[in-house]
Design a protein around this ligand. Structure first.
Ligand code: NDP
Length: 327
Protein backbone atom coordinates (compact mmCIF):
# COMPACT_ATOMS: atom_id res chain seq x y z
CA UNK A 1 0.00 0.00 0.00
CA UNK A 2 1.13 3.55 -0.74
CA UNK A 3 1.96 5.74 2.26
CA UNK A 4 3.75 8.92 3.25
CA UNK A 5 6.28 7.74 5.83
CA UNK A 6 8.32 10.10 8.02
CA UNK A 7 11.76 8.55 8.53
CA UNK A 8 14.64 9.78 10.65
CA UNK A 9 17.94 10.80 9.07
CA UNK A 10 21.34 10.17 10.68
CA UNK A 11 21.08 13.70 12.15
CA UNK A 12 17.89 12.71 13.98
CA UNK A 13 15.61 14.88 11.82
CA UNK A 14 12.53 13.43 10.15
CA UNK A 15 11.90 13.62 6.42
CA UNK A 16 8.96 12.45 4.31
CA UNK A 17 9.16 9.56 1.81
CA UNK A 18 6.34 8.30 -0.38
CA UNK A 19 6.69 4.52 -0.31
CA UNK A 20 4.99 1.23 -0.97
CA UNK A 21 4.84 -0.52 2.38
CA UNK A 22 3.42 -3.82 3.58
CA UNK A 23 0.02 -3.79 5.27
CA UNK A 24 1.63 -5.99 7.97
CA UNK A 25 3.39 -2.88 9.27
CA UNK A 26 0.11 -1.25 10.31
CA UNK A 27 -0.26 -0.81 14.07
CA UNK A 28 -2.64 -2.87 16.21
CA UNK A 29 -6.35 -2.20 16.11
CA UNK A 30 -9.63 -4.05 15.66
CA UNK A 31 -10.71 -2.28 12.46
CA UNK A 32 -8.85 -1.87 9.17
CA UNK A 33 -10.10 0.96 6.99
CA UNK A 34 -9.49 1.55 3.30
CA UNK A 35 -8.70 5.26 3.48
CA UNK A 36 -10.33 7.31 0.72
CA UNK A 37 -9.52 10.83 1.92
CA UNK A 38 -7.40 12.53 4.53
CA UNK A 39 -6.64 16.23 5.00
CA UNK A 40 -4.00 18.74 5.98
CA UNK A 41 -4.47 20.51 9.31
CA UNK A 42 -2.11 22.79 11.24
CA UNK A 43 -1.13 19.81 13.42
CA UNK A 44 -0.28 17.80 10.29
CA UNK A 45 2.09 20.61 9.35
CA UNK A 46 3.82 20.03 12.71
CA UNK A 47 3.95 16.23 12.23
CA UNK A 48 5.45 16.70 8.73
CA UNK A 49 8.19 18.99 10.06
CA UNK A 50 11.76 17.76 10.74
CA UNK A 51 11.22 17.64 14.52
CA UNK A 52 7.65 16.40 14.36
CA UNK A 53 6.45 19.49 16.23
CA UNK A 54 7.05 17.66 19.51
CA UNK A 55 4.00 15.51 18.72
CA UNK A 56 5.53 12.45 17.02
CA UNK A 57 7.22 10.04 19.43
CA UNK A 58 8.50 7.22 17.21
CA UNK A 59 9.77 6.85 13.64
CA UNK A 60 9.08 5.57 11.04
CA UNK A 61 5.71 7.30 11.30
CA UNK A 62 2.68 7.79 9.06
CA UNK A 63 1.07 11.20 9.80
CA UNK A 64 -2.49 12.30 8.97
CA UNK A 65 -4.64 13.26 11.96
CA UNK A 66 -7.92 12.45 10.23
CA UNK A 67 -9.36 10.23 7.53
CA UNK A 68 -12.58 8.90 6.06
CA UNK A 69 -13.05 5.65 4.22
CA UNK A 70 -14.65 2.22 4.11
CA UNK A 71 -14.22 -0.56 6.66
CA UNK A 72 -12.30 -3.44 5.09
CA UNK A 73 -11.91 -5.78 8.09
CA UNK A 74 -13.46 -5.61 11.53
CA UNK A 75 -13.19 -7.63 14.71
CA UNK A 76 -15.65 -5.25 16.36
CA UNK A 77 -19.39 -5.97 16.45
CA UNK A 78 -19.94 -2.22 15.94
CA UNK A 79 -18.51 -2.08 12.41
CA UNK A 80 -18.78 -4.30 9.33
CA UNK A 81 -16.94 -4.41 6.00
CA UNK A 82 -18.43 -1.81 3.70
CA UNK A 83 -19.36 0.66 6.51
CA UNK A 84 -18.39 4.27 5.80
CA UNK A 85 -16.48 5.78 8.72
CA UNK A 86 -14.70 8.97 9.77
CA UNK A 87 -11.90 9.44 12.28
CA UNK A 88 -10.53 12.59 13.90
CA UNK A 89 -8.39 12.97 17.01
CA UNK A 90 -7.34 10.35 19.60
CA UNK A 91 -3.74 11.33 18.71
CA UNK A 92 -3.98 9.31 15.50
CA UNK A 93 -1.37 10.71 13.09
CA UNK A 94 0.69 11.82 16.13
CA UNK A 95 1.44 8.76 18.27
CA UNK A 96 -0.58 6.22 16.24
CA UNK A 97 -0.17 5.85 12.45
CA UNK A 98 -2.65 8.06 10.63
CA UNK A 99 -4.44 8.77 7.39
CA UNK A 100 -1.59 9.46 4.93
CA UNK A 101 -1.73 5.86 3.64
CA UNK A 102 -4.11 3.77 1.58
CA UNK A 103 -5.06 1.79 4.71
CA UNK A 104 -5.25 2.49 8.43
CA UNK A 105 -5.75 0.16 11.39
CA UNK A 106 -7.32 1.70 14.49
CA UNK A 107 -9.45 1.03 17.57
CA UNK A 108 -13.14 0.78 16.78
CA UNK A 109 -13.88 3.20 19.67
CA UNK A 110 -12.17 5.95 17.71
CA UNK A 111 -14.36 5.60 14.63
CA UNK A 112 -17.64 7.42 13.97
CA UNK A 113 -20.12 6.09 11.40
CA UNK A 114 -20.53 8.61 8.62
CA UNK A 115 -23.78 10.50 9.13
CA UNK A 116 -26.60 10.21 6.60
CA UNK A 117 -26.14 12.60 3.69
CA UNK A 118 -22.37 13.07 4.02
CA UNK A 119 -19.88 11.41 1.64
CA UNK A 120 -16.35 10.42 2.68
CA UNK A 121 -15.07 13.26 0.49
CA UNK A 122 -17.32 15.82 2.18
CA UNK A 123 -16.40 14.48 5.64
CA UNK A 124 -12.73 15.13 4.91
CA UNK A 125 -13.38 18.46 3.23
CA UNK A 126 -14.65 19.26 6.74
CA UNK A 127 -11.91 17.29 8.52
CA UNK A 128 -10.56 17.99 11.99
CA UNK A 129 -10.57 21.75 11.41
CA UNK A 130 -14.23 21.83 10.39
CA UNK A 131 -15.25 19.34 13.08
CA UNK A 132 -13.59 21.61 15.64
CA UNK A 133 -15.32 24.68 14.20
CA UNK A 134 -18.68 22.93 14.72
CA UNK A 135 -17.69 21.95 18.29
CA UNK A 136 -16.95 25.64 18.91
CA UNK A 137 -20.32 26.74 17.51
CA UNK A 138 -22.10 24.11 19.62
CA UNK A 139 -20.27 25.30 22.76
CA UNK A 140 -21.29 28.92 22.06
CA UNK A 141 -24.90 27.85 21.57
CA UNK A 142 -24.79 25.75 24.77
CA UNK A 143 -23.78 28.98 26.54
CA UNK A 144 -26.76 30.88 25.24
CA UNK A 145 -25.59 32.40 21.95
CA UNK A 146 -28.40 33.10 19.49
CA UNK A 147 -28.34 35.26 16.33
CA UNK A 148 -30.32 38.09 17.99
CA UNK A 149 -27.56 38.61 20.62
CA UNK A 150 -25.27 40.43 18.18
CA UNK A 151 -22.31 39.89 15.84
CA UNK A 152 -19.95 36.92 16.17
CA UNK A 153 -16.24 37.31 15.50
CA UNK A 154 -14.20 34.58 13.77
CA UNK A 155 -10.41 34.89 13.90
CA UNK A 156 -7.95 33.22 11.52
CA UNK A 157 -10.94 33.33 9.21
CA UNK A 158 -9.25 32.22 5.96
CA UNK A 159 -7.84 29.10 7.65
CA UNK A 160 -9.56 25.73 7.95
CA UNK A 161 -11.28 26.29 11.32
CA UNK A 162 -12.14 29.89 10.49
CA UNK A 163 -13.56 29.17 7.02
CA UNK A 164 -15.89 26.43 8.28
CA UNK A 165 -16.93 28.44 11.35
CA UNK A 166 -17.76 31.41 9.10
CA UNK A 167 -19.90 29.29 6.77
CA UNK A 168 -21.78 27.53 9.61
CA UNK A 169 -22.48 30.70 11.60
CA UNK A 170 -23.66 32.62 8.52
CA UNK A 171 -25.91 29.70 7.56
CA UNK A 172 -27.42 29.73 11.07
CA UNK A 173 -28.31 33.41 10.64
CA UNK A 174 -25.50 35.05 12.61
CA UNK A 175 -23.86 38.31 11.57
CA UNK A 176 -20.25 37.18 11.11
CA UNK A 177 -17.23 39.48 11.35
CA UNK A 178 -14.15 37.74 9.94
CA UNK A 179 -10.65 38.69 11.13
CA UNK A 180 -7.97 38.12 8.50
CA UNK A 181 -4.39 39.08 7.78
CA UNK A 182 -5.06 38.54 4.08
CA UNK A 183 -7.15 41.49 2.85
CA UNK A 184 -7.04 40.06 -0.68
CA UNK A 185 -9.15 37.17 0.63
CA UNK A 186 -12.08 39.39 1.58
CA UNK A 187 -14.11 38.20 -1.42
CA UNK A 188 -13.60 34.57 -0.37
CA UNK A 189 -14.74 35.27 3.21
CA UNK A 190 -17.77 37.23 2.02
CA UNK A 191 -18.72 34.36 -0.27
CA UNK A 192 -18.69 32.08 2.79
CA UNK A 193 -21.13 34.44 4.49
CA UNK A 194 -19.01 36.99 6.41
CA UNK A 195 -20.79 40.33 6.48
CA UNK A 196 -17.80 42.26 7.76
CA UNK A 197 -14.03 41.94 7.32
CA UNK A 198 -11.79 43.04 10.20
CA UNK A 199 -8.10 43.58 9.42
CA UNK A 200 -5.78 41.54 11.65
CA UNK A 201 -3.77 44.64 12.64
CA UNK A 202 -6.94 46.30 13.89
CA UNK A 203 -7.33 43.70 16.60
CA UNK A 204 -3.84 42.31 17.07
CA UNK A 205 -2.43 45.01 19.34
CA UNK A 206 -1.80 44.15 22.96
CA UNK A 207 -4.45 45.07 25.50
CA UNK A 208 -4.30 48.74 26.40
CA UNK A 209 -7.46 48.83 28.52
CA UNK A 210 -8.97 45.72 30.10
CA UNK A 211 -12.42 46.69 28.80
CA UNK A 212 -13.31 48.31 25.49
CA UNK A 213 -16.76 48.95 24.03
CA UNK A 214 -19.04 45.90 24.06
CA UNK A 215 -18.93 44.66 20.46
CA UNK A 216 -19.13 40.86 20.05
CA UNK A 217 -21.80 38.47 21.34
CA UNK A 218 -19.60 35.48 20.57
CA UNK A 219 -16.26 34.53 19.07
CA UNK A 220 -14.61 31.48 17.50
CA UNK A 221 -10.92 32.10 18.04
CA UNK A 222 -8.30 30.11 16.10
CA UNK A 223 -5.48 32.57 16.86
CA UNK A 224 -5.04 32.91 20.66
CA UNK A 225 -2.25 35.11 22.05
CA UNK A 226 -2.55 38.89 22.17
CA UNK A 227 -5.54 38.84 19.80
CA UNK A 228 -7.59 36.65 22.14
CA UNK A 229 -6.63 38.85 25.10
CA UNK A 230 -7.85 41.92 23.23
CA UNK A 231 -11.11 40.25 22.16
CA UNK A 232 -11.99 39.30 25.76
CA UNK A 233 -12.20 43.02 26.56
CA UNK A 234 -14.48 43.66 23.56
CA UNK A 235 -17.11 41.04 24.41
CA UNK A 236 -20.67 42.01 25.19
CA UNK A 237 -21.97 41.34 28.70
CA UNK A 238 -22.31 37.54 29.20
CA UNK A 239 -20.75 36.79 25.78
CA UNK A 240 -18.63 33.71 25.12
CA UNK A 241 -15.37 33.05 23.32
CA UNK A 242 -14.60 29.54 22.10
CA UNK A 243 -10.80 29.19 22.29
CA UNK A 244 -9.83 26.76 19.54
CA UNK A 245 -6.30 27.52 18.39
CA UNK A 246 -2.95 29.18 18.81
CA UNK A 247 -1.99 30.22 15.28
CA UNK A 248 -0.90 33.58 16.75
CA UNK A 249 0.63 32.31 20.00
CA UNK A 250 0.04 30.28 23.14
CA UNK A 251 0.36 33.10 25.68
CA UNK A 252 -2.72 34.83 26.98
CA UNK A 253 -1.67 38.26 28.27
CA UNK A 254 -4.95 39.31 29.85
CA UNK A 255 -6.56 40.20 33.19
CA UNK A 256 -9.56 38.74 34.99
CA UNK A 257 -11.53 41.99 34.53
CA UNK A 258 -13.66 40.87 31.50
CA UNK A 259 -14.69 37.75 33.45
CA UNK A 260 -15.51 39.63 36.66
CA UNK A 261 -17.17 42.78 35.30
CA UNK A 262 -18.84 41.47 32.15
CA UNK A 263 -19.40 37.79 32.94
CA UNK A 264 -17.49 36.84 29.80
CA UNK A 265 -17.06 33.07 29.28
CA UNK A 266 -13.88 31.58 27.89
CA UNK A 267 -14.76 28.12 26.55
CA UNK A 268 -11.97 25.65 25.83
CA UNK A 269 -12.47 23.49 22.75
CA UNK A 270 -10.66 20.17 22.40
CA UNK A 271 -11.38 17.95 19.43
CA UNK A 272 -8.86 15.21 20.26
CA UNK A 273 -10.35 13.51 23.35
CA UNK A 274 -13.95 14.58 22.68
CA UNK A 275 -16.40 11.90 23.96
CA UNK A 276 -17.98 9.71 21.29
CA UNK A 277 -21.60 10.89 21.91
CA UNK A 278 -20.60 14.49 21.29
CA UNK A 279 -18.64 13.49 18.17
CA UNK A 280 -21.76 11.86 16.75
CA UNK A 281 -23.84 14.93 17.69
CA UNK A 282 -21.24 17.17 16.04
CA UNK A 283 -21.04 15.19 12.76
CA UNK A 284 -24.84 15.13 12.57
CA UNK A 285 -24.93 18.92 13.02
CA UNK A 286 -22.30 19.31 10.28
CA UNK A 287 -24.46 17.29 7.87
CA UNK A 288 -27.36 19.68 8.58
CA UNK A 289 -25.81 23.10 9.23
CA UNK A 290 -22.83 23.36 6.88
CA UNK A 291 -23.93 24.28 3.35
CA UNK A 292 -22.10 21.85 1.05
CA UNK A 293 -21.78 24.38 -1.79
CA UNK A 294 -19.84 26.66 0.59
CA UNK A 295 -17.67 23.71 1.64
CA UNK A 296 -16.74 23.15 -2.02
CA UNK A 297 -15.49 26.76 -2.23
CA UNK A 298 -13.00 26.08 0.58
CA UNK A 299 -11.45 22.90 -0.79
CA UNK A 300 -8.33 22.20 -2.81
CA UNK A 301 -7.60 18.55 -3.65
CA UNK A 302 -4.02 17.30 -3.40
CA UNK A 303 -2.06 14.04 -3.34
CA UNK A 304 0.47 12.63 -0.86
CA UNK A 305 3.26 14.06 -3.03
CA UNK A 306 2.03 17.63 -2.41
CA UNK A 307 2.00 17.35 1.38
CA UNK A 308 5.60 18.15 2.38
CA UNK A 309 5.42 21.62 0.76
CA UNK A 310 1.89 22.30 1.98
CA UNK A 311 2.81 21.18 5.51
CA UNK A 312 5.51 23.86 5.65
CA UNK A 313 3.08 26.43 4.18
CA UNK A 314 0.31 25.82 6.74
CA UNK A 315 2.74 26.48 9.60
CA UNK A 316 3.35 29.94 8.11
CA UNK A 317 -0.39 30.71 7.80
CA UNK A 318 -0.08 30.31 4.03
CA UNK A 319 -2.89 27.86 3.31
CA UNK A 320 -6.40 29.03 2.49
CA UNK A 321 -9.46 26.99 3.47
CA UNK A 322 -9.29 23.21 3.52
CA UNK A 323 -6.79 20.85 1.89
CA UNK A 324 -8.28 17.47 0.90
CA UNK A 325 -5.84 14.60 0.39
CA UNK A 326 -6.97 11.96 -2.13
CA UNK A 327 -5.63 8.48 -1.45
P1 NDP B 1 -4.88 27.22 9.39
O1 NDP B 1 -3.43 27.46 9.24
O2 NDP B 1 -5.66 26.69 8.25
O3 NDP B 1 -5.57 28.59 9.87
C1 NDP B 1 -5.01 29.47 10.81
C2 NDP B 1 -5.30 30.89 10.35
O4 NDP B 1 -4.92 31.79 11.40
C3 NDP B 1 -4.49 31.34 9.15
O5 NDP B 1 -5.08 30.93 7.93
C4 NDP B 1 -4.50 32.84 9.31
O6 NDP B 1 -5.76 33.33 8.87
C5 NDP B 1 -4.44 33.01 10.83
N1 NDP B 1 -3.09 33.25 11.33
C6 NDP B 1 -1.97 32.54 11.04
N2 NDP B 1 -0.90 33.03 11.70
C7 NDP B 1 -1.36 34.09 12.42
C8 NDP B 1 -0.74 35.02 13.30
N3 NDP B 1 0.57 34.96 13.59
N4 NDP B 1 -1.52 35.97 13.86
C9 NDP B 1 -2.84 36.03 13.60
N5 NDP B 1 -3.48 35.19 12.75
C10 NDP B 1 -2.75 34.22 12.19
O7 NDP B 1 -5.05 26.26 10.65
P2 NDP B 1 -6.38 25.50 11.15
O8 NDP B 1 -7.56 26.32 10.81
O9 NDP B 1 -6.31 24.08 10.76
O10 NDP B 1 -6.15 25.57 12.74
C11 NDP B 1 -6.23 26.82 13.41
C12 NDP B 1 -5.76 26.66 14.83
O11 NDP B 1 -6.63 25.81 15.54
C13 NDP B 1 -4.36 26.04 14.97
O12 NDP B 1 -3.67 26.67 16.02
C14 NDP B 1 -4.67 24.60 15.32
O13 NDP B 1 -3.63 24.00 16.03
C15 NDP B 1 -5.91 24.77 16.15
N6 NDP B 1 -6.76 23.59 16.19
C16 NDP B 1 -7.17 23.18 17.42
C17 NDP B 1 -8.00 22.10 17.54
C18 NDP B 1 -8.51 21.73 18.87
O14 NDP B 1 -8.92 20.59 19.08
N7 NDP B 1 -8.55 22.65 19.81
C19 NDP B 1 -8.38 21.29 16.36
C20 NDP B 1 -7.97 21.88 15.09
C21 NDP B 1 -7.16 22.98 15.04
P3 NDP B 1 -5.87 34.74 8.10
O15 NDP B 1 -4.87 34.67 6.99
O16 NDP B 1 -7.29 34.81 7.63
O17 NDP B 1 -5.55 35.79 9.10
Amino acid sequence: MKALVMEQTAEGLAEPHIKDISEDLLPEGDVTVKVEYSTLNYKDGLCLSPKGGGLVRHYPHVPGIDFAGTVERSDSPEFHPGDKVVLTGWRVGEVHWGGYAEKARVKSDWLVPLPEGLSTRQAMAVGTAGFTAMLAVMALEDHGLTPDKGPVLVTGASGGVGSVATAILAHLGYEVAAVTGRPAGAGYLKSLGASRIVAREEIAETVKRPLESETWAGCVDAVGGAMLARILGQMKYGGSVAAVGLAGGADLPTSVIPFLLRGVNLLGIDSVMQPKENRIRCWNRIAIDLPMEKLEEMVQSVTLEDLPALGAAILKGGVKGRVLVEL
